[in-house]
Design a protein around this ligand. Structure first.
Ligand code: SF4
Length: 411
């Protein structure tokens, strides 16, 4: 659709958590969106529904998408589009088996009931696609299944994210990439990478599942909050913008939403979006956000801050806080005397002492002896896992191979 000439439409609803109410609401939202847009999908089309099942945790934790929300979406397409083929596809995060996520999150029974196929997008044959005007990705491998779909329904979560502040529709599309692409996007530049990806595979319709959201240390280990909300629309940028506002976060502060608006992928400005259903200001509920400053007291840690981005700050603050609580930080200090953590392009590395950790792409190939942690920004769980191996503990989130690979990524 051409959003330079028309206002994108976003539908906001609050059915609560009851199965029948969610079902009825999803049907009402889709009927209305179709009437407004006059969109037509050809009979026998292939519809890919891509829920956020990044981890094998039940939807009640707020980390993954509610199966009966997806059930209602699938049923609507099966009823409205003649002879369509609906598949549900996801590629869980590194170290998590997608079919384990399907099982834990209730999608195996769902697939049986609906007669649909479940697809692990991490393990599909891929096609390399050039990213015209990509800021950090020049080409990208995408599962063939995704490219061969006629219509993509993106079903994301309403949750916080320690690297990107919020995880909504555009961020959810990262799940369509095979492991290699997921790693590359994290290491080369997450915020622009998300926009590059959405410029190649833009979802046709996006739902945000705010039935149970997640705040605080999202997207995996934050606190679940019951909201009973669903947001949906065709323009993923507008949907993200409205959902971000509803979480109490100015969409301009979320770099990938802002970049997407500035790069013309969709509409970012709230006053340019036509909202149906509930007024977002009525259901707005500010979320507890992940740390945006390194305000904690970390004994024995020497921080060198060289004008870092908020993503690096959030990641380091999260890793240090969790390691302090688990006594791993103390074990590191006992072993090395001091832990220097450097982040940001202007970090003054002559101030390093003890074990030095150089975090993020900005500090790649400096002349200082230390551990380099790749990523832009680096992921907090990877920082923790790499540091755990320095005190003889096994990694928790990823395999030892992934730790080794991450350490050697740029070497
Ligand atoms: S690695 Fe550098 S550019 Fe990337 S998020 Fe960190 S400070 Fe910013």
């Amino acid at each position: 659709m051409d959003y330079t000439t028309m206002k994108p439409v976003v539908y906001v609803a609050k059915p609560g958590l009851n199965y029948e109410d969610v079902y009825r609401t999803v049907f009402m939202m889709l009927d209305r969106l179709w009437i407004i847009s006059k969109l037509r999908i050809e009979p026998r089309s292939r519809i890919l529904v891509k829920p956020n099942l990044t981890i094998d945790k039940p939807w009640t934790t707020g980390a993954t998408v509610c199966p009966y929300l997806v059930e209602a979406i699938v049923r609507w397409f099966q009823m409205k589009i003649d002879d369509c083929e609906v598949i549900v596809g996801e590629g869980s995060m590194l170290g998590v088996d997608t079919f384990k996520s399907f099982e834990v999150c209730g999608y195996l029974e769902l697939a049986d009931r609906l007669g649909i196929e479940l697809v692990d997008l991490n393990r599909q044959p891929t096609v390399t696609v050039e990213v015209a005007d990509g800021k950090v990705l020049k080409e990208i491998e995408v599962a063939k299944t995704v490219l061969e779909s006629d219509f993509i329904v993106n079903v994301a979560k309403l949750k916080t994210h320690i690297l990107t502040l919020v995880s909504l529709g555009m961020k959810n599309m990262k799940g369509i990439l095979p492991y290699k692409g997921k790693k590359a996007i994290h290491f080369l530049g997450l915020e622009h990478g998300i926009v590059d990806l959405n410029s190649i595979v833009k979802p046709d319709l996006t739902f945000i599942d705010g039935l149970i959201g997640m705040e605080g240390f999202g997207p995996l280990v934050g606190e679940a909050i019951e909201l009973g909300i669903i947001v949906a629309g065709f323009d993923v940028v507008s949907v993200d913008s409205i959902a971000s506002y509803m979480m109490g976060v100015d969409p301009y502060e979320v770099l990938h939403i802002r970049y997407a608006g500035e790069r013309g992928l969709g509409v970012l400005e709230l006053d340019r979006v036509k909202v149906y259903g509930l007024d977002p200001s009525i259901v707005r509920r500010p979320f507890k956000l992940p740390p945006r400053s390194i305000a904690g007291d970390y004994p024995g840690v020497h921080l060198i801050l060289g004008d870092p981005c908020s993503g690096c700050i959030g990641s380091i603050a999260t890793a240090l806080t969790i390691m302090k609580e688990s006594a791993e930080l103390k074990a590191l200090i006992d072993m090395y005397g001091c832990l220097t953590v450097a982040i940001g392009p202007k970090a003054r590395l002559d101030e390093s002492k003890g074990l030095t950790v150089l975090c993020g792409r900005c500090l790649y190939r400096t002349n200082v002896d230390g551990i380099f942690i790749p990523g832009c920004p680096p992921q907090s769980y990877l920082i923790r896992d790499i540091l755990r191996t320095k005190i003889g503990l096994p990694p928790i989130y990823v395999s030892e191979d992934v730790v080794r690979e991450a350490e050697e990524f740029y070497r």
